[in-house]
Design a protein around this ligand. Structure first.
Ligand SMILES: *Cc1c(COP(=O)(O)O)cnc(C)c1O
Length: 420
């Protein structure tokens, strides 16, 4: 791995005021083992070769950096490039991390992986990597989330994973995290916990950023090859922070490259219906889920409900690495509202023939909001973290497509009739 990718990854587990490891005593040996093996694989040429060949020959890397000529023309200024993480197998950047961690699990001699998933994409990526590498997988998911993202549940099961519905609390991600931890406490001798984003207790933010760093390493090489210079701005959407850190790391040492994280503005500032922890200034430092970061919480430290049209962005905390980079002024944070995202999606589809995931569309919407103030010679790179055609239910809903709703009703009637 290049020095650039290593620049952000610390080993004391703290990034300024954020990060650390607040874990139950019983999991201390599990974390110690992960830290030991993570340090070892960084020096292990054979591990790296296997990981890189999986990325290349299985997932389809390197992903292209596409010049968006029609989008560039549409705005009439700057030059827009799109990093195509949508072209990874399973349709998003998540597989970079899942393959890396399942391979790490195998190196540690584990036979089973567990994961929690909110929207389901991380569950699908983990189930995929486990199938490919021959480990068994158990995925925890809140009952409420399963209802909302049933197509992902379908694929996880087909890929051979056991999906366990979590039926208490709000029946969403935070309850699934609790259940996955409960499993791990009694299973860590055989089982690795594949965390899906650059958050959680140390060393998970470091591990996930490390496996995602390939995005920025490729993008930097690609832009230098075609433009002979670095971009002015790099945009990425921020849920937990993994695709953003993935693309930012390689550019981090270059102070003249602006890094912009775009959060889920949902229904806007002050609506109480969003997940903009940093951009709206509402996140407060606290310790939860094993680490310290900015969480959307009330004055008593109760976590607030979050909301976004993009299920993968409505996380209550944020990567401790990004919380620190924001505090140090290295990454600027902004938010895109649902309305702005739906508008941006229509522009991208019609000018470029691309269908970004609703999560990724936030990065585009953030860039579109800023581009009118940019100069003609600016270069924008927008990280398209995933593809949206797999989100057809959410996208059709987001676009309020009546013909789609009528189609679903007809399908439901067909099923009912054939069941009689
Ligand atoms: C999960 C997901 C995200 C959000 O997660 P990060 O860890 O912040 O990257 C963004 N885009 C897509 C397509 C996703 O699947």
């Amino acid at each position: 791995m290049s020095a650039a990718a290593e620049a952000l990854v610390k080993d004391d587990g703290y990034y300024g005021n954020y990060g650390g490891s607040f874990i139950p005593e019983i999991l201390v040996p599990a974390f110690a083992e992960i830290k030991e093996y993570f340090e070892a694989i960084k020096q292990d040429e054979a591990f790296w070769q296997e990981y890189c060949s999986l990325l290349a020959d299985y997932s389809g890397r390197p992903t292209p950096l596409t010049y968006a000529d029609r989008l560039t023309e549409y705005f009439g200024r700057a030059k827009i490039y799109i990093k195509r993480e949508d072209l990874n197998h399973t349709g998003a950047h998540k597989l970079n991390n899942a393959l890396g961690q399942v391979l790490l699990a195998k190196k540690m001699g584990k036979t089973r992986v567990i994961a929690e998933t909110g929207a389901g994409q991380h569950g699908v990526a983990t189930a995929t990597a486990a199938a490919k590498l021959g480990l068994s997988a158990t995925i925890y998911m809140g009952r409420e989330d399963m209802e909302r993202q049933y197509s992902n549940v379908f694929w996880m099961k087909r890929l051979g994973a056991e999906v366990i519905a979590v039926d208490y609390g709000s029946r969403t991600l935070k309850d699934a995290i609790n259940e996955a931890l409960r499993d791990w406490v009694s299973s860590f001798e055989t089982t690795h916990y594949v965390l899906g984003t650059a958050s959680g207790a140390h060393p998970f933010p470091a591990i996930v950023s490390y496996f995602q760093a390939v995005i920025g390493i490729e993008a930097k090489e690609q832009i230098l090859r075609v433009e002979g210079r670095l971009p002015s701005w790099v945009y990425a959407c921020v849920g937990g922070g993994s695709n953003a850190l993935g693309v930012f790391q390689a550019f981090y040492p270059h102070e003249n490259v602006g890094l912009v994280g775009v959060e889920a503005g949902g229904q806007g500032k002050g609506s109480g219906r969003h997940a903009a922890r940093i951009a709206y200034g509402e996140g407060k430092a606290g310790v939860a889920q094993g680490f310290k970061t900015l969480f959307l919480q009330n004055n008593d430290g109760q976590m607030n409900d979050t909301y976004s049209l993009a299920a993968g962005l409505d996380y209550v905390g944020v990567s401790p690495i990004l919380a620190d980079l924001s505090e140090r002024g290295r990454v600027r944070f902004t938010a895109a509202t649902d309305t702005e995202v739906v508008e941006a999606l229509e522009i991208i589809m019609k000018t470029e023939g691309l269908i970004p995931a609703l999560e990724s569309t936030h990065a585009f919407a953030g860039a579109f909001n800023d581009i009118t103030e940019s100069s003609g010679s600016d270069i924008f790179i927008i990280n398209m973290s995933g593809r949206g055609d797999k989100d057809i239910f959410n996208v059709a809903e987001g676009l309020h497509d009546d013909e789609w709703k009528a189609f679903i009703r007809r399908k439901a009637r067909q099923f009912e009739n054939s069941a009689r």
